[in-house]
Design a protein around this ligand. Structure first.
Ligand code: NAP
Length: 246
């Protein structure tokens, strides 16, 4: 594989102000990609400086991925500023955990809107640009929970299972123009999203991780870079989970 193959490419990462998204933005910057960093509530000056410190451009854009009109404007803006959209990482995601019998309509809808519709919105508007370019790669953040299910996460599991179905369908639609679309299914990664879990829940998770450690954000970021570099993998779900799902 050509070590410099991502240099000068445009990588768009949603929900990239912290956690896995930030690690992915940094990893693509390390490869020489210019970064479009979508954030929701805020992003620190330090994060932008850290990315720019790798000698690439970083364009921070605030917006809600579940907003169809924002996604359209966002892609137009990127095309105008950078000319191409080479890599799209749909990372933005939320949890609103609750047992299904007590789950509110808002808890269900908000998770589907962000995780599944947000991913659709971005693909919907980036794909026409990628199709014209006849190149591009899309990486969607799924979860092992989308494959296995998880008590207390019916909304989240449904959204991530939806992301997997979306990934495979998009892969089939765009393959003839050389565009790949894959999903990453992380297991338990140490971020703000998992910091809210109780010690008991964390121990329960550890008991089903054969590699006996929680994932780091860098473990997911390196998988994203791998998928972006490989032009012959499409429609796949790459589990990065310490062996939770085999
Ligand atoms: P995180 O630390 O909570 O970060 C999530 C990011 O998404 C935040 O920056 C958040 O911004 C942003 N976001 C939320 N709603 C958004 C919206 N509507 N529009 C744009 N951005 C939005 O979570 P993480 O652990 O890094 O998770 C990243 C992805 O990996 C998610 O898709 C998650 O489901 C997936 N994942 C995580 C794990 C894990 O163990 N951590 C496991 C499997 C899959 P604000 O905070 O400003 O709202």
């Amino acid at each position: 594989m050509n070590e410099e193959m991502l240099k000068g490419k445009t990588a768009v990462v949603t929900g990239a102000a912290k956690g896995i998204g930030k690690a992915i933005a940094l990893a693509f910057a390390e490869e020489g990609c210019n970064i479009v960093l979508n954030y929701h509530s805020s992003v620190s000056e330090e994060t932008i400086a850290e990315i720019e410190g790798k000698g690439v451009k970083c364009l921070p854009v605030q917006g809600n991925v579940s907003d169809f009109a924002f996604a359209a404007e966002f892609m137009k803006q990127i095309k105008k500023e950078f000319g191409t959209i080479d890599i799209l990482v749909n990372n933005a995601g939320i949890t609103r955990d609750m047992l299904v019998m007590r789950m509110t309509e808002e808890q269900f809808d908000s998770v589907i809107d962000t995780n599944l519709k947000g991913t659709f919105n971005m693909i919907r508007h980036a794909s026409s640009i990628m199709l014209k370019q006849r190149s591009g790669t899309i990486i969607n953040m799924a979860s092992v929970v989308g494959v296995m299910g998880n008590a207390g996460q019916a909304n989240y599991a449904a959204s991530k299972a939806g992301v997997i179905g979306l990934t495979k369908s998009v892969a089939k639609e765009l393959a003839q123009r050389g565009i790949t679309c894959n999903a990453i299914a992380p297991g338990f990664v140490e971020t703000d999203m998992t910091a809210v879990l109780s010690d008991e829940q964390k121990e329960q998770m550890m008991s089903v991780i054969p590699l006996k450690r929680y994932g780091k954000t860098e473990d997911i970021a390196s998988a994203a870079v791998f998928l972006a570099k490989n032009t012959y993998i499409t429609g796949q779900v790459l589990n990065v989970d310490g062996g939770m799902v085999m």
